[in-house]
Design a protein around this ligand. Structure first.
Ligand code: BGC
Length: 345
């Protein structure tokens, strides 16, 4: 049995608009310390031991609330109502067309202008974690139905579990994820080139020049996307002359194995394994970071200084009949889980 987990809570900051409290919860086990705030369910820090028992904070982020309230690329946040892109910000449900804010080229991304990452969630402390709830009103960011949600973080030893539940009053697309940016060397390290990545996916989704899937489900065989055996990122980027990764991997159904992705950082021995009940993982190597943000402890975050493994339904699934069902209907429950397991080898 894993040793006990402690949970503490405190003030992280106050919203300038109305003075509302943003609280910080710290979940602590023997090997992992996770800080989460009630704004956007953001993971602000994740301290993990390495081989030499030295601990590093392996997620990008900010020291203060101010950082999270200014423009940033969703560091650590829960994303919704629909993570990733919806083509032209349009979809049709039950014969009715809906229009969303366009906030990424010609498309809609990550829930719109004020997505769930910018909302103040209501916290509830659990014995080994914290649960956040939020009601997204009917018509919120153009989406149909009132959506009730619960996002639960629990810690068991070296594993952080994120469970997402939701219920709606009208049929709506939904796709919830967590958008943490990891660097297993520690969040201030200049790149993730020395990380070894493995994703159990036989196929991936090619995209058009606006990053919308073409609809084809392509085999990874022989391509830069073949990560079924571990590859060192620097070598893979060089070998295939690519700019990094920003694609959905169609993960193989894991029957006996919980984890679909594994990242290993040889110098520290840290390993992150990611498991999900969802059919996709967006593997993103922070191609759009440019070092202009001032991160924790004054760190700068250049291009390729982190990776994201966003467990998700396939991008633009609501507009692609051959993709997995993107809709949640009244009377149903959305219930998905992501596991982030840290270990040292
Ligand atoms: C997307 C990237 C985007 C990043 C931050 C990822 O989910 O795939 O293209 O830059 O989120 O918005």
């Amino acid at each position: 049995m894993a040793a006990a987990v402690s949970v503490s809570r405190g003030l992280f900051g106050r919203l300038p608009s109305d003075g509302a409290e943003v609280e910080r919860f710290q979940l602590k086990s023997e090997s992992l310390t996770v800080d989460v705030i009630s704004l956007g369910c953001i993971i602000t820090a994740l301290q993990v031991q390495g081989r030499a028992a030295e601990s590093e904070d392996v997620v990008l982020g900010f020291d203060t609330l101010e950082g999270y309230l200014s423009k940033h690329p969703y560091f650590g946040a829960v994303i919704g109502r629909v993570a990733n892109r919806i083509a032209k910000g349009k979809f049709t449900v039950d014969g009715k067309e809906y229009e969303l804010a366009i906030n990424n080229g010609p498309n809609s991304i990550h829930g719109g202008l004020i997505g769930f990452d910018k909302k103040l969630w209501t916290p509830e402390v659990l014995p080994n974690g914290v649960r956040f709830s939020l009601v997204s009103e009917d018509g919120d960011e153009g989406y149909p139905g009132e959506l009730k949600m619960w996002v639960t973080y629990t810690l068991h030893g070296g594993e952080l579990t994120i469970n997402y539940r939701a219920q709606t009053t009208k049929t709506t697309p939904i796709n919830l994820t967590n958008h943490s940016y990891f660097n297993l060397a520690g969040h201030g390290a200049s790149s993730v080139y020395d990380h070894e990545v493995c994703i159990a996916a036989d196929s991936y989704l090619p995209v058009d020049d606006t990053m919308i899937p073409t609809g084809e489900v392509a085999s990874v065989q022989g391509s830069s996307f073949d990560l079924r055996k571990p590859v060192v990122l620097a070598a893979q980027i060089k070998k295939f002359q690519i700019d990094g990764f920003d694609h959905n991997f169609c993960v193989n159904l894991q029957k006996e194995q919980r984890y679909s992705a594994r990242v290993y950082h040889p110098p520290s021995g840290r390993v992150l394994q990611v498991g999900t009940t969802l059919p996709g993982i967006q593997f993103y190597t922070a191609n759009f970071l440019d070092g202009s943000l001032k991160g924790k402890g004054g760190a700068v975050y250049p291009k390729h200084s982190a990776f994201c493994l966003e467990a998700q339904n396939w991008p633009d699934a609501v507009n692609k009949p051959n993709f997995p069902d993107a809709l949640l209907r009244p009377g149903e429950e959305y219930n998905h889980t992501t596991w982030l397991k840290f270990s040292v080898v």
